[in-house]
Design a protein around this ligand. Structure first.
Ligand code: SAH
Length: 518
């Protein structure tokens, strides 16, 4: 029941009126941080029929695309293109001519060294209508996230952007290093890590100061950001010694020194830590956001997906009779959502729920109930199934009371048994089922295997089971964080060592425990 994001109507009109003819949106994906994507970019992705994305656009954005959208990976690192530029141009034109809303996602800003202009020219030549959605360029955001303002009143009054990687078909060099040397100010180079040695040498030969500060920022604005600082004299050696690789933004200029005072992003509690979030796509958001806000590099790797129960009819019958129970017990937010989605299909009056009392395990479950404007009558302090039994006992027992339990298929059967043992008449309603997530639209699994991780978070037993069921190789050194004792027990049973267990068994508690651990 998440409220639908409202979109300005002019936008859907714009998207709709060209439908038969298709259109291409050249969209800036920003420098990497998901929060630095524009609202317009997100709208474009949400309404796309086709998304063509490249190496530098954060693949997490693909989760905004409709399930039916065709997702095409077009670009790889320099030198290893998946599609040639001509093929990309032709693809955009063809898909748009098919009547598709085509989103061409490009890292940073589409018109800054990204060959976006060439794509626009191809579209224009083919008379395919197009829209340009500018993005935040890494040339400015990268330095900013390293604590380097590209301008500063006391240090410089102009900025130059230049590319270090030139068109391979061009002969000779067209970077006018002599002009750069005369110009001074801040100079920002994109695509130049591999050529840093030659460029620094030429800059020195053209009279630039050997102690001019230089900084390289790689994977800027993401949890993998790293910054290397030196001067014109020593930077090439430092790059070689540290094995510093692309993609990186290089800043030449006195503003680099301001980093000593202004560095912020790399100094957060979880900076440099890569953390895997295994919740379902729809639930991962809060945990991922909180970890990212602390500087972590988050890989969202959903292992399960929520689907309707195998016997929806049986559950619907229980929902229909909900008013005849003394209690409804919810054990997860998903159960609450599934229950009320169905309830409001059956009834159009909230009062049909009658006088039934409502119990919730865990604050997230309670919150979801409150989202439906209902009061929670019983919420055990400890967020594990066992304690709800204890709370019922405290409330004078449940003898002869009718209890409806809305839960997942294949949930642990402790709760109904214990409640029955206390004399309650328990009906189990299977509200939903969790199925393995088989898709990997954002390439998270590949990333985990290639880059490893410092920590994996498990927020329920099923996330443990389902992660292991994927059969991925366990990255070296990856530790386990668990939301609570039940999840930890499952992890132990499956031979995992639990390094972190949340004291408070909810997302906030888990984040707090992770923060303390590092
Ligand atoms: N249109 C992009 C630039 C594309 S050219 C923009 O506006 O940012 C590709 C180059 O951009 C890379 O070689 C690198 O120099 C730079 N770049 C893009 N994203 C980056 C990031 N997150 N961190 C560091 N450099 C990045």
């Amino acid at each position: 029941m998440a409220p639908n994001a409202s979109r300005p109507s002019y936008w859907s009109e714009l998207m709709a009126d060209k439908k038969p003819n298709g259109k291409c949106f050249l969209v800036g994906a920003g420098p990497g941080d998901l929060g630095l994507v524009t609202l317009r970019s997100k709208q474009c992705i949400e309404q796309a029929d086709v998304v063509v994305y490249d190496y530098l656009s954060n693949p997490e954005m693909l989760k905004w695309a409709p399930e039916s959208a065709e997702i095409i990976y077009a670009g790889k690192k320099a030198g290893a293109h998946t599609l040639t530029q001509d093929e990309i141009n032709a693809l955009l034109v063809d898909k748009a001519r098919d009547g598709k809303q085509v989103v061409r996602l490009k890292g940073g800003d589409p018109f800054v060294f990204g060959r976006g202009a060439e794509e626009a020219q191809a579209l224009a030549a083919a008379h395919v209508p197009f829209v340009v959605v500018p993005g935040i360029t890494s040339a400015i955001a990268g330095p900013a996230y390293a604590g380097i303002p590209v301008t500063h009143r006391g240090k410089n009054s102009h900025v130059t952007f230049f590319t270090g990687h030139e068109d391979p078909e061009k002969s000779g060099t067209s970077i006018d290093v002599a002009a750069l040397a005369r110009l001074g100010g801040t100079q920002v180079m994109l695509m130049g890590v591999e050529r840093i040695e030659a460029i620094a040498r030429e800059m020195l030969a053209n009279g630039m100061r050997s102690d001019l500060p230089v900084a390289l920022i790689r994977w800027a604005t993401t949890g993998r950001q790293e910054t290397l600082v030196g001067n014109l004299e020593n930077i090439a050696r430092r790059v070689a010694d540290s094995g510093f690789t692309a993609p990186a933004v290089v800043v030449f200029g006195d503003v680099v020194a301001l980093r000593n005072e202004l560095s912020w992003f790399e100094d957060q509690p979880l900076s440099g830590k890569r953390i895997v979030v295994t919740r379902t796509r729809s639930q991962a958001g809060v945990l991922s956001e909180q970890l990212r806000a602390l500087g972590a590099d988050v890989i969202e790797l959903p292992t399960i997906r929520i689907e309707p129960p195998s016997d929806l009819r049986a559950f619907a019958e229980l929902v229909q009779d909900a008013h005849s129970y003394d209690w409804i017990v919810f054990t997860s937010p998903n159960g609450v959502t599934a229950f009320f989605d169905l309830f409001y299909k059956l009834y159009n009056d909230a009062r049909e729920i009658g006088g039934v009392r409502i119990a919730a395990i865990g604050p997230a479950t309670a919150q979801r109930i409150k989202d439906f404007h209902l009061k929670v009558d019983l919420q055990p302090e400890e967020f594990v199934a066992e304690s709800i039994v204890r709370e019922f006992r405290k409330q004078g027992g449940v003898e002869n009371l009718r209890i409806l339990l809305a839960r997942a298929e294949k949930a642990r059967d402790l709760l109904p048994k214990e409640l029955s043992a206390l004399g309650a008449i328990v009906d189990e309603g299977f509200a939903y089922r969790t199925v393995p997530e088989t898709r990997d639209v954002t390439g998270a699994r590949r990333r985990l295997l290639e880059e490893g991780a410092d920590l994996i978070t498990f927020t329920s037993s099923s996330t443990v089971e389902n992660f292991l069921a994927l059969g991925l190789a366990w990255p070296a050194g990856m530790q386990v964080a668990s939301i609570g004792p039940v999840t930890s027990a499952t992890a132990h049973e499956r031979g995992l060592e639990v390094a972190i267990e949340a004291r408070r068994h909810d997302i906030m508690g888990l984040v707090e425990a992770i923060r303390k651990f590092f």
